[in-house]
Ligand binder design. Sequence first.
Ligand code: HEC
Length: 178
Amino acid sequence: MSLEFNKTAAAVLTAGITFMVAGLVGEFLVSAPRLHTAAIATGEPPAAEQPATPAGPTVEPIGPLLASADAAAGRQMAQRLCASCHTFTEGGNNGVGPNLWGIVGANHARVEGFNYSQANRALADKPWDYEALNAFLQRPAAAMPGTRMAFAGIRDPQQRANVIAYLRSLDANPQPLP
Ligand code: HEC
């Protein structure tokens, strides 16, 4: 009777120990990969801490600078930088570049018979407003990929404002300032 009881007790005990060991092993098997994943995850900074991708080169708005721009200084600069390719007088000839009389507010690629790029012709229904001129004159190739105007650009915003103020003056009725 007591032997029978001992056997039963031993069986229950063995089952209990087996169950416990199986549980521990199971827990280890499950948690080991979790620890592994956590170690990899902490090796990288969270996405939110990564710096935002810088947006391309920005062009400072020219509007605020135009009010105090110096058209006479812009004329001198245009004579130096642009006159090898452009004329500025009413009815002036086209050179390497088109005549620029009345360009502010005029549509892109407006001079009849001038060999404009496809890139500029594609904008023929858009005016050369102040900001379009600003971006183009800062870096022609970036503002209008495919342009035929082989000119590096004017980096200084105040100098660009001066040149644009001069271009604005090339008109019987200059466009209002922005
Ligand atoms: C090396 C010659 C060259 C120089 C220097 C040059 N340009 Fe041009 N420019 C061109 C050519 C060529 C075009 C036609 C661009 C096209 O169709 O893509 C043009 C186009 C333009 C246009 C657009 C005209 C239109 O009818 O759509 C403007 C505005 C302009 N130039 C202003 C300037 C100013 C201002 C300067 C000086 C700061 C300058 N350019 C310097 C050759 C030049």
